[in-house]
Ligand binder design. Structure first.
Ligand code: PLP
Length: 340
């Protein structure tokens, strides 16, 4: 493991945007924003850092005094814990049991205390991450002098991280040529922050949200038919033009395809989002063939994390055997250098 140094905070954001050439055509290009280049390995470094800056700026937390508690299926926890260690805070994370063992081990090794929620815990509040939310809220409410819950599901700093960071980066990296933005929805911070920023630059840009099927296995994303819609998303839900729902099977098939065609080892949510982007591309090409498609289309997708944490899930789902996974770790390109 590398050493935690304060300079890591300066490395949040400004992630690469690369073209997925084997998926692009001369009419429609697909570009991916590789968010695992953030120091703690995912898109969530942005939201976590913005939420810390916001809370410190408002005097809501003090170093050495407050404990940060947050419900998360993994990436926000990893980002909050890493950043908290750098800034001098302790962290407690409430995480659904079904999050990957690798994720839980990373959290423990970064020094977080974990509470795991199962489907039997707090059954009244719904399924999946909703149980973690109520447990974290209950703990924070009991000791307001000690605990601070950033609450990524309601905190506008999460939206602002993307409105002020990811969105402008995508606009600049495409020289304002982006025509479609495709992202998964967990809290809704990414899709609303980037979506709103891009639409303010150009009204014609289409914003496409992706959700996994009900009872999905896609860590970090939510299916809104089975779990609560976060307030953060609801506030700006109008920015979304279209929704795609992607199955577990489609997501995992695309994880494998991205490795075989592009040598990228991505996390499950990237497979899910990419499966939707390919459907958007197919549709755009059929319109172009009908003669009413004008000009080159540029689809930008967000790849939230890489595949490193998902060895056990990929083995269990038949995506990569242990041996194939080791090969992929050796041969993948652009795997980045996140902290763990
Ligand atoms: C792997 C992964 N993909 C996508 C997302 C969705 O991001 P957001 O919470 O900004 O909607 C998350 C968020 O936790 C995530 O962990």
């Amino acid at each position: 493991m590398k050493v935690l140094t304060p300079e890591l905070l300066n490395k949040i954001g400004n992630t690469p945007l690369i073209e997925l050439r084997s998926f692009s055509s001369n009419r429609v290009r697909i570009l991916a924003k590789l968010e695992w280049f953030n120091p703690f390995g995912s898109v969530k470094d942005r939201a976590a850092y913005w939420m810390f800056k916001d809370a410190e700026g408002k005097g809501l937390i003090a170093r050495g005094k407050h404990v940060i508690i947050e419900p998360t299926s993994g990436n926000t926890g990893i980002a909050l814990t890493g950043i908290a260690r750098l800034l001098g805070y302790e962290v407690e994370i409430v995480i659904p049991e079904k999050a990957s063992e690798e994720t839980k081990n990373i959290l423990r090794s970064l020094g977080a205390n974990l509470y795991e929620t199962s489907d039997d815990l707090c059954p009244r509040v719904g399924v999946g991450t909703d149980q973690s939310i109520s447990l974290a809220k209950a703990i924070a409410r009991a000791r307001p002098d000690k605990y601070y819950m950033p609450n990524q599901y309601e905190n506008d700093a999460n939206f602002l991280a993307h409105y002020e960071g990811t969105g402008p980066e995508i606009w600049m990296q495409t020289n304002g040529m982006v025509t479609h933005f495709v992202a998964g929805v967990g809290t809704g911070g990414t899709i609303t922050g980037v979506g709103l920023y891009l639409k303010e630059r150009s009204k014609a840009i289409r914003v496409i949200a992706v959700q996994p099927q009900r009872q999905h296995l896609i860590q970090g994303l939510r299916n809104f038919e089975e779990s609560n819609v976060p307030a953060l998303f609801e506030r700006r839900a109008g920015v979304v033009d279209e929704w795609y729902t992607i199955t577990n099977e489609e997501s995992f098939k695309m994880v494998k395809e991205l490795y075989e065609r592009e040598r990228l080892l991505v996390g499950p949510s990237s497979g899910c989002v990419m499966a939707a982007a390919c459907k958007v591309k197919d549709r755009l090409e059929s319109v172009a063939e009908d003669g009413d498609g004008r000009g080159e289309k540029i689809i930008v997708v967000v790849f939230a994390d890489n595949g490193r944490k998902f060895r056990s899930l990929y083995a269990q789902q038949g995506v990569f055997s242990d041996e194939e996974f080791d090969d992929a770790l050796r041969n993948a390109v652009m795997l980045g250098e996140s902290f763990f």
